[in-house]
Design a protein around this ligand. Structure first.
Ligand code: ATP
Ligand code: MN
Length: 534
């Protein structure tokens, strides 16, 4: 039993099988920051933010993410190498080992919520071995009021023990780390990895199952913001394509940067209470909102700083995936509560390293469905000298690793909602222009921002011959002009100065799309199939 002077409530963890532990319940971020430093698990940066190293893992480990196969999940989950089944008995055994490991130790416990919409509010208890992981939970989930804590009854529990190593042979994991979702018991069990993203993506995956199955609500891997006109914009995209960067827009109120639900009442609500931004090459000039959010209360991960605590954002010696988490109110212009009305524009963000896709194009409903199911971006094959070939990467619904159901389930829901709401759908290439990776360069952030603003303001006009050119390979409508963007930038072919080379790469990418789509062909209708490249 432990009490926290800030809250009159004391809790016990015996019911979880965690015995005789020293419980730090609902500590403030300041307390957790201090304890982390005292334990030498982190340092304070000159900005006041806490800087930690997450250890062996500096990113998620999708191959070690399992779902317990039980009565609830057996015939609903799309099993395979994304949703890997885990035996219920094996889960119980591993659970007992993890809770025994946490017994007699100091543990940090936090009660919080996911889902900003009161109709969907999910109460969560996060039990952490480390204080900074618990501070991460405070940043990323929705913080309860003191009143809400009084009769708090957690529905889901996250147990997070980075120091516990599984024995792959006995525990039937792949290796020493694991993130396992158990829908029957409503537990996310995480061990062997200190990467904090596993905590938030564990609950995201849980919602990606429960919302469509039990509430007929569409969960989305997207960011969202709302303009002065009250219209909401949604930005889908895989990691590194710009969800967090582009949703932080001083002219629009931020709803959230990563995970949202689209309800039957046509509202869009954030699952989270904070943001988790990449900080590689971050500059105050290019991304002032995110830069200024890095202050006391924020947690920097896996960055390098000098003896004065100044962060070198260009240093990727630990990882390219350097991050910062902060409560959403570290951003100035936010929507409170995090709910948007009137979805009007949807942007599919892709970082095309082939430099082939137009920087912005408008999609037909069939193309929208096709691109949503495809979920294309490109991975740049390392930064070592000599490796110049980008690899196309397809992840259904722009978030396959977090989607327990078959992708067409989400796609059908999205198509229906898009039709009912009458939204515009845009494909935005935040990746390469002027040639592929190694030859061209990344699209200037200020141009991407200008294109998105023009699309939302209606400045790109109706799709007709005067305003748009239809791309000969991808069939998408490419605007001929855009305020604030040089005209030649709008046509990827023209930026190459090498038509032959451009079309060769364009066909190569089109073939990769077709190859990937084969597994969905039997599920897709004619309109969707026609939405693919020619
Ligand atoms: P995750 O799902 O991993 O959180 P994300 O979609 O939120 O990924 P961001 O954190 O926004 O991705 O990362 C986009 C990165 O690309 C940032 O580092 C940003 O500075 C950089 N970038 C460079 N050019 C552009 C551009 N034209 N548009 C968007 N981002 C750009
Ligand atoms: Mn993000």
């Amino acid at each position: 039993m432990a009490t926290n002077t800030l809250f009159s409530k004391s809790i016990s963890l015996e019911e979880y099988g965690i015995k005789n532990s020293k419980i730090f319940y609902q500590l403030t971020p300041d307390q957790l920051h201090q304890i982390t430093i005292e334990k030498e698990q982190g340092k304070e940066a000159s900005s006041g933010a806490l800087a930690v190293n997450t250890g062996e893992f500096t990113g998620r480990s999708p191959q070690d993410r399992f779902i317990v196969k039980d009565d609830i999940t057996a015939d609903k989950v799309w099993w395979g190498n994304i949703n890997i089944p885990f035996d219920a008995d094996k889960f119980d055994k591993l659970y007992d080992k993890v809770t025994a490991y946490l017994s007699e130790k100091e543990v940090f416990v936090r009660d919080c919520f996911a889902c900003a919409d009161p109709n969907y509010k999910l109460s969560i208890r996060v039990i952490n071995e480390y204080p900074w992981s618990n501070m991460f939970a405070n940043n990323m989930f929705i913080r309860p009021t003191e009143e809400q804590l009084k009769d708090f009854d957690p529905t889901w529990t996250v147990i997070n023990a980075p120091g516990f190593m599984a024995d792959a042979e006995i525990d039937e994991t792949r290796q020493h780390n694991f993130a396992i979702l158990n829908f029957g018991k409503k537990i996310a069990l995480i061990g062997g990895t200190g990467y904090t993203g596993e905590i938030k993506k564990g609950i995201f995956s849980a919602l990606n199952f429960e919302l469509p199955v039990f509430h007929n609500t569409l969960p989305m891997h997207c960011s969202a913001n709302v303009g002065e006109d009250g219209e909401t914009a949604i930005f889908f995209g895989l990691s590194g394509t710009g969800k967090t960067t582009l949703s932080a827009d001083p002219d629009r109120k931020l709803i959230g940067d990563d995970e949202h639900g689209w309800t039957n009442e046509n509202t869009v609500f954030n699952f989270e209470g904070g943001c988790y931004a990449k900080v590689i090459n971050l500059s105050q000039e290019n991304e002032p909102d995110i830069y200024n959010a890095i202050k006391k209360g924020a947690i920097l991960e896996n960055i390098i700083m000098d003896e004065n605590g100044n962060v070198d954002f260009e240093n990727t010696s630990i990882t390219q995936n350097t991050r910062v988490s902060y409560p959403i109110d570290h951003i100035n212009n936010i929507q409170v509560p995090s709910i948007g009305y009137k979805p009007k524009n949807i942007f599919f963000l892709t970082a095309d390293a082939f430099g082939v896709l137009p920087p912005i194009s408008k999609l037909t409903p069939g193309q929208a469905a096709y691109h949503f199911i495809s979920g294309y971006t490109a991975k740049v094959a390392g930064t070592e000298a000599g490796i110049n070939e980008p690899v196309p990467s397809f992840s259904a619904c722009f978030g396959a690793p977090f989607m327990p159901l078959h992708p067409t389930k989400y796609a059908e829901m999205l198509s229906k909602k898009m039709q009912e709401a009458g939204v515009n759908v845009w494909l935005v290439n935040t990746g390469w222009t002027g040639g592929p990776y190694g030859v061209g360069h990344r699209m200037k952030l200020k141009y991407t921002r200008a294109m998105i603003a023009a699309a939302m303001n209606g400045e790109l006009g109706e799709v007709n011959y005067e305003n748009y050119h239809i791309h000969s390979v991808f069939g998408v409508a490419q605007p001929r002009t855009c305020p604030g963007v040089p005209t030649e930038v709008l046509s990827p072919r023209r930026t190459w100065n090498n038509d032959e080379g451009y079309y060769e790469k364009a066909h190569q990418l089109a073939n990769a799309f077709k190859e990937n789509f084969k597994k969905f062909e039997s599920f897709a209708n004619k309109e969707t199939l026609e939405g693919g490249p020619k």
